[in-house]
Design a protein around this ligand. Structure first.
Ligand code: IMP
Length: 426
């Protein structure tokens, strides 16, 4: 069976967690392929909100396998906290959760390095979540990293010490004003490592291959968004992994020929958290309304998200890079009440009109060219059928489908599992 992908097409926070949870009943295995605790996947059901960071969003379905792939970076301390939360809710993950031995581990000193590096950047800081993501992926590609499989080896503690000592020297080099008690951090770390040891470690590429051979269905869950991809995002204001479709191949060990549907998720408008260019960003009442109604605060850091109109130049680019086959539109309900909506269909780039994403999308190079579309007033949040959607919302959706040349099959009208409308099947 092919592996289907579900990924974010903007700067993250599109609502991937909710849709993975909704889709889980259609799959045997849910597999996270990149990122780490910088992600915050929010799920709402039975009147309760759940936030996951590293654990796949299918975890609330105990009969499904939830796999953390080799492309993910794991902070044992945060992972343990997530497990504790699941236990509080009587979710039994012992049989369903498994972790790739090849996934890399975030050390306490990776987090400290992240903080020191950001502090040293001054105004040019990335706006990182400070979870140690960048330094951990640096150690991975620098061939210094520690992997989950190393926990099973006798020299694990020696490996840890050697890397942590190296990091301490690097932290000193940054000369940043950060205070820490490494002994305390290490006590929590090794305590969490013991918890991790009680979980199932697997050779995930082999596991997935065998699952495919036996006809099991697999959904690969992305984290962050395509515009935060280390290669194709708005570098250097990006995360340190491949958030795009190719990342699922390297992050799980799945061959490109084995990829099936690519579900691309986007918000009906755009948000971004952290620094970096954002051509359609709003600094007015409209942006403030989107932030307030859409409750645009980071699930991991609590920071306010920057808000703006939908950017079809960037979205078209993301669909292209990922080979998206179906689109899922989130948070249409947040736009209810706007008399007129704006959609960016092209950029004015140094005096020229362009429809592709250029190398430089900083404010001084790019200004958005908008098309105006009539808004709708109706509250969408109680709607359950496509036939109930207001005419002007259908107009908005059809305009996007035409511009992107892709079907929008699902429209989400609220955070709850139940607030999900299937518009069409393909
Ligand atoms: P890092 O991956 O924590 O180093 O953060 C790098 C950039 O990606 C920052 O601008 C973060 O705000 C952003 N980022 C990282 N993870 C997420 C996410 O899950 N949603 C939205 N933005 C994110």
């Amino acid at each position: 069976m092919a592996v289907d992908l579900l990924l974010g097409l903007q700067w993250g926070d599109e609502g991937k967690g909710k849709i993975v949870d909704v889709f889980t009943s259609n799959y045997d295995i849910i597999a996270r392929f990149q990122g780490g605790p910088n992600a915050g996947h929010t799920l709402v059901f039975n009147g309760k909100k759940h936030v996951l960071h590293t654990i796949p969003s299918g975890i609330f379905h105990e009969d499904k396998v939830n796999l953390v792939g080799n492309g993910v970076v794991i902070d044992p301390v945060i992972f343990k906290k997530e497990l504790d939360k699941l236990e509080e809710q009587d979710v039994n993950y012992t049989k369903s959760l498994c972790i790739s031995r090849k996934a890399h581990i975030i050390l306490p000193t990776h987090r400290l390095l992240d903080a020191a590096s950001e502090a040293s950047k001054g105004k040019a800081k990335i706006g990182s979540t400070l979870k140690g993501i960048g330094p951990t992926y640096m150690d991975k590609t620098g061939r210094n990293g520690i992997r989950v499989g190393d926990i099973e080896l006798e020299d694990f503690k020696d490996k840890y010490r050697a890397l942590a000592d190296k990091h301490e020297a690097m932290i000193e080099f940054y000369n940043a004003d950060i205070e820490y008690d490494l002994k305390e951090l290490e006590a929590d770390f090794f305590d969490a490592i013991e918890t991790l040891k009680s979980l199932k470690f697997i050779d995930s590429e082999e596991y997935i291959y065998q699952a495919q051979q036996s006809g099991k269905t697999i959904l690969a869950e992305g984290a962050q968004g395509s515009l935060l991809d280390i290669d194709f995002g708005t570098y250097p204001y990006v995360t340190s992994s491949n958030t795009t479709a190719a990342g699922a191949c390297t992050g799980l060990g799945v061959a490109p020929s084995q990829i099936g549907e690519v579900f691309g998720i986007f918000k009906a408008y755009t948000t971004r958290v952290g620094s970096g260019p954002f051509p359609t960003e709003l600094f007015d009442e409209d942006g403030e309304t989107m932030g307030r109604v859409g409750q645009e605060f980071g699930a991991t850091t609590g920071r306010s998200r920057r808000c703006g109109w939908l950017d079809l130049v960037a979205l078209r680019y993301a669909c292209q890079v990922n080979g998206v086959t179906q689109l899922i539109m989130m948070k249409g309900d947040v736009l209810s009440g706007f008399e007129t909506l704006k959609v960016c269909t092209a950029y004015n780039y140094k005096g020229e009109t362009i429809t592709h994403l250029p190398y430089n999308i900083e404010e001084e190079n790019v200004s958005p060219i908008y098309t105006e579309i009539k808004g709708w007033a109706a509250d969408l949040t109680g709607m359950t059928e496509a036939s109930e959607l207001p005419e002007n919302l259908n107009g908005y959706i059809e305009f996007l489908e035409k511009e992107l040349n892709l079907p929008i099959t699902i429209v989400s009208v609220g955070p709850d599992r139940k607030q999900t409308i299937t518009r069409k099947t393909v």
